[in-house]
Each structure stands twice: as C-alpha cells, then as structure tokens.
Design a protein around this ligand. Structure first.
Ligand SMILES: [Zn+2]
Length: 107
C-alpha cells in the first residue's frame, strides 16, 4: 500500500492587513480573513486547554483587539505547518496544514 501524497501549500500569499491565501497541491484554494485566523489561533492560550472529555476550559489569556489585527509574517514550520506572527506580538500559534484545511471548510 502506498502512502498518500501529503497535501502541501504550493503558493502562500500573505496580505499583511487583510488575508492569507493558500493554494494547495491538490488544487484546492483557501482564503482566510486574518481576523478569522487570529481568532482561531490553535495555541492553548487562545483556545483554552481541553479536558479529558474534550470540553474546552476557559482560555488562560483573554485576547482583546484594539483596532484591526494584522500579520507581521508567516513562517513555514518544518514541512507541516505555518506559524503566524501577529501585530499584537502573538506568535505561539502553529497552524498545521491539516488544521488550515479544516478551517477552510468552516466558511
Ligand atoms: Zn494563540
């Protein structure tokens, strides 16, 4: 049995005050508003820790927005994820390609 080819971005376009566009190797194109991506930051500080039953406990850190959130940079992490660096200096969110694909189905 062959391993399925992993789906990877073939093009990543960051508009630092608006949106992130990703073209994937299977032809899918994803478009994310930055505000949406910031809110969906997967790190424990933003999403809260999950307990054993999968319930989300209250986030440790409350994020508040003063004005529009922008992205300072997006960096590749290994060959599986994207790290976003935000204008509020938050940069612990690692968005795996799998997670980004899930997010792109939410809209
Ligand atoms: Zn976060």
């Amino acid at each position: 049995m062959e391993n399925p080819t992993p789906i990877e971005p073939v093009r990543i376009a960051l508009k630092k005050s608006e949106s992130l566009d990703i073209d994937w190797s299977d032809g899918v194109k994803s478009h994310f508003e930055l505000r949406f991506l910031r809110r969906m930051c997967p790190c424990a500080g933003c999403q809260g820790e999950r307990d054993l039953l999968g319930r989300t406990l209250l986030p440790v850190v409350r994020i508040t927005y003063d004005g529009p959130i922008t992205a300072i940079n997006a960096e590749l992490v290994g060959n599986y994820a994207l790290r976003m660096i935000w204008s509020d200096r938050h940069s612990t969110g690692i968005y795996s390609y799998t997670y980004l694909r899930e997010l792109s189905k939410l809209k």
